[in-house]
Design a protein around this ligand. Structure first.
Ligand SMILES: NC(=O)c1ccc[n+]([C@@H]2O[C@H](COP(=O)([O-])OP(=O)(O)OC[C@H]3O[C@@H](n4cnc5c(N)ncnc54)[C@H](OP(=O)(O)O)[C@@H]3O)[C@@H](O)[C@H]2O)c1
Length: 242
């Protein structure tokens, strides 16, 4: 029987590193992405070349009906099986000082994180509760803990995700489903490619950006059997920031 792990936004960056790591851990990984089919296919090929198993499942996490349609189709094609690991990873940045921030940038960032969490988790949770086994890991940010200037939208979205993590963990702990948040600092991906790493790393105690594989290692542990007594936590991986 396959053990399925759904990682939203796993065509690139942190999500891709998590997908590759969970495949090494023995999960059949469901690679979600929004539009970059080529990157998603490259992730699938890397997992298969390493001897792992994966499938592609595109949907837009900012669109509840797209999530419902994709996950309902997945259920129909996998009779009697369920997703035992969910990593809510897909996210976007649209930075700007509040005084200049337009409505679209506010709503898109909030919607991607909060609608994505609601619709995906709501759909997948039933199977975990019935199986009395599940792991949910939400990729937040130190921005959602400390707040970062120019990121009122992003900090609000990630703080909401942290609140939902804590509340849901209490609802489902007795059914052996754990819910945790991981809060990365600056990690080297496409999302941070426009930042001046040389300048910004001076403010990081570890004096460097993190790597996606380092976040993936933490997520892998939280999804393991050994982590069954850790729930409702927010674990920073930020080189001492926050
Ligand atoms: N990088 C950092 O320093 C950092 C720090 C703290 C937190 N985080 C968080 O970590 C997560 C991953 O970040 P990253 O740096 O790996 O980002 P990234 O390199 O920009 O990759 C984003 C991934 O999310 C997918 N995605 C974006 N919008 C989506 C949508 N509406 N529906 C489905 N998939 C969508 C993208 O798919 P496509 O390829 O199809 O576009 C891609 O796979 C995000 O939640 C981010 O907020 C990142």
């Amino acid at each position: 029987m396959n053990k399925y792990a759904l990682v939203t936004g796993s065509s690139r960056g942190i999500g891709r590193a998590i997908a590759e790591r969970l495949a090494k851990d023995g999960f059949t990984v469901i690679i979600n992405y929004k539009s970059n089919q080529q990157a998603a296919f490259s992730c699938l090929q890397a997992i298969e070349a390493a001897g792992g198993k994966a499938e592609l499942l595109p949907f837009d996490v900012a669109d509840g009906s797209s999530i419902e349609a994709a996950l309902t189709a997945w259920d129909a094609a996998h009779d009697g099986e369920h997703i035992s690991v969910l990593v809510n990873n897909a996210g976007i940045r649209r930075d700007g000082l509040m005084v200049f921030m337009n409505e679209t940038d506010w709503h898109e960032v909030l919607r991607t994180t909060t609608e994505g969490f609601y619709y995906t988790t709501h759909h997948v949770l039933n199977g975990m509760l019935r199986a009395r086994n599940g792991r949910i890991v939400n990729i937040a940010s130190v921005s959602g803990i400390s707040g970062l200037s120019g990121q009122a939208n992003y900090s609000a979205a990630k703080a909401a995700l942290i609140g939902a993590t804590k509340a849901l963990s209490k609802e489902v702990a007795a059914r052996k489903v754990t819910v945790n948040a991981v809060a990365p600092g600056f990690i080297r991906t496409d999302m941070t490619a426009d930042l001046d790493e040389e300048e910004m790393k001076k403010a990081i105690p570890a004096k460097r950006f993190g790597e996606p594989t380092e976040v993936a290692a933490l997520v892998s542990f939280l999804c393991s059997d050994e982590a069954s007594y850790i729930t409702g936590q927010v674990i920073s991986i930020a080189g001492g920031m926050g």
